[in-house]
Ligand binder design. Structure first.
Ligand code: ADP
Length: 166
């Protein structure tokens, strides 16, 4: 029997964290001993929230789940971080076939960096399958209702960013 602590690393941009992400965090916290939500700075996306702002928001959202913590990945590959913290598996979400194609490429790239790096893919919950951070930003640009799409803390922060009328 292997008594090693099973650490799942859920890496993503989380710009911002959505209810879909949060659902995945809760579900994976039941599968792994510890889950690390890793804010990876995506070089191909212009961010709305700074890494620090995202860190504070996610910390507030996950505060009641004992075995989940947040970290920021700066100037490094996810594969190196995985090795450094002795990770068991990466966690990613699958909403549709586009995600599948994208995730399978990432898996190949990760494996080229570290052949022990495996990814656990969890299906997005049906009620959140349509959700993406970019969709939420688009709705918020026009001051739309995002209350069912993001946790309360994120909704408040989005309203400030996008100057919602009081
Ligand atoms: P990235 O830029 O790395 O794709 P995201 O923050 O967009 O970062 O997504 C991080 C992970 O969360 C990805 O695996 C993505 O498929 C998954 N994800 C995104 N939206 C949802 C959702 N609504 N439900 C479940 N998983 C999701």
């Amino acid at each position: 029997m292997n008594n090693k602590t099973r650490i799942g690393i859920f890496a993503g941009s989380f710009d911002p964290l959505t209810n879909g992400h949060f659902d995945l965090i809760k579900r994976s916290s039941k599968i792994f001993d510890q889950v690390i939500v890793l804010i990876a700075v995506n070089t191909s996306k212009t961010a709305l929230f700074t890494a620090l702002e995202r860190f504070a928001l996610i910390e507030a959202v996950i505060k009641d789940i004992a075995n989940v913590k947040v970290d920021v990945l700066e100037d490094d590959l996810v594969a190196n971080y995985f090795k450094k913290v002795n990770g068991t598996a990466m966690i990613r979400g699958l909403r549709n076939s586009q995600d599948y194609e994208y995730e399978s490429n990432i898996d190949i790239i990760n494996k080229k960096q570290n052949d022990e790096l495996d990814t656990v893919l969890l299906y997005a919950d049906n009620q959140y399958r349509y959700l993406s951070s970019s969709l939420i930003k688009e709705i918020a640009t026009f001051h739309g209702d995002i209350s069912e799409m993001v946790p309360e803390e994120v909704e408040q922060a989005m309203k400030v960013k996008y100057n919602y009328p009081k």
